[in-house]
Design a protein around this ligand. Structure first.
Ligand code: 13P
Ligand code: SF4
Length: 341
């Protein structure tokens, strides 16, 4: 189909969105055709906040499950449906049982619950956020992690950071604090650490390596290396700029187009960051592989149409529901973060 021929599927989706008075939101990592159609595109927190404040009652969320849950937590009166109930692989690495087991392990090492200040990355499901809130902790995103970490340090407790071991260790390194990895490091290392990290990770951001940085620097000595803080700490230490999804977009787009840049984050986002300069590529993905997030890439235009048709037919599919207790406590964890952001 030529670029000028309207796609019947997108016309059908637009018609359904109009009829159902629904808001279509898409995370930056979604496929290009989904991003092009969305009313709102953004990072996980931005989308959850804007969608929860929208006057529209029906939110169609193209992203991964914890993001749709965040809208439902912040605005329980809204209906939230997801074209795909895809789960971020990192978020899947911890649930409320694993959380309890982790706390029990720390207690068995002689660390009391009262000595632990938990922080959960937004890439976790609502049941985990609720558990963290019940222990006095809160949520962070990659955009505000530094601020939340500094706030947590003032509590004078051990920080238990979950589920992303890389973000936890990167924060500890930047604050010159010691970190240990639960389940891998010894009891002694855990007991002596300022920050205890849960052993979760992002399979996509793990793909960027120090060799990739050396490769690009060898090829283009003036290149800027830009990475997301979910990357390995050894990669983060070599970078010129470290930032969240939105911070990366702002930074890279502020550079002159002739400035070469290699970016260590999700492929779809990097691919649409900047145009070529007179046909010459100056923006590179910091990897020899294609670091596409598999779960973010599951959503298709057909899925968007089908979820809307099912809703119109009064047989909704992939709707987000949370029990009252989880909703209440997960909201406390998110509100504590929002107050500090
Ligand atoms: P953002 O919070 O920046 O949208 O990132 C979410 C994510 O999944 C990064 O891999
Ligand atoms: Fe999860 Fe990684 Fe995909 Fe982000 S890129 S949604 S952290 S698996």
């Amino acid at each position: 189909m030529s670029a000028t021929t309207p796609n019947p599927l997108t016309i059908e989706i637009k018609g359904l969105l109009n009829k159902l008075n629904a808001l279509l939101v898409a995370h930056y990592y979604q496929k290009d055709e989904i991003v092009a159609l969305a009313d709102l595109c953004g990072d996980s927190l931005e989308l959850s906040r804007k969608a929860s404040m929208s006057p529209k009652e029906l939110i169609v969320f193209c992203g991964v499950a914890f993001m749709g849950q965040s809208v439902k937590v912040l605005a329980p009166q809204k209906r939230v449906i997801m074209p795909r109930l895809a789960c971020c692989s990192m978020a899947r690495m911890i649930d409320s049982d694993y959380y309890d087991e982790s706390i029990a392990t720390l207690q068995s090492y002689g660390i009391d619950k009262e000595q632990i200040f938990p922080i959960t990355y937004i890439n976790s499901n609502a049941d985990v956020k609720a558990k963290v809130a019940q222990m006095g902790g809160l949520v962070c995103t990659s955009a505000n992690a530094q601020k939340i970490f500094e706030y947590a340090l003032q509590k004078g407790k051990k920080i238990f950071f979950l589920p992303d071991r890389c973000l936890g260790e990167n924060l500890a390194r930047s604050g010159q604090k010691s970190a240990a990895l639960l389940g891998r490091d010894s009891k002694e290392q855990i007991v002596n650490a300022d920050v205890i990290c849960y052993d979760g990770f992002c399979s996509v951001h793990q793909l960027f390596t120090p060799e990739d940085v050396r490769f690009y620097r060898g090829r283009f000595p003036d290149i800027k290396i830009v990475v997301h803080p979910e990357c390995d700490p050894n990669v983060v230490e070599m970078a010129d700029f470290v930032g969240s999804t939105s911070q990366i977009i702002t930074y890279v787009q502020s550079l002159p187009l002739e400035q070469r840049v290699a970016v260590g984050t999700e492929f779809n986002l990097v691919n649409r960051l900047r145009p070529k300069l007179n046909g010459v590529q100056t923006t590179f993905v910091l990897s020899a592989s294609k670091p596409q997030c598999p779960t973010m890439n599951e959503t298709t235009l057909e899925d968007v149409r089908d979820v809307l048709l099912a809703y119109e037919d009064n047989k909704p599919i992939n709707e987000i529901f949370l029990d009252q207790n989880t909703q209440k406590w997960a909201k406390i964890a998110l509100d504590r973060m929002l107050e500090l952001s």
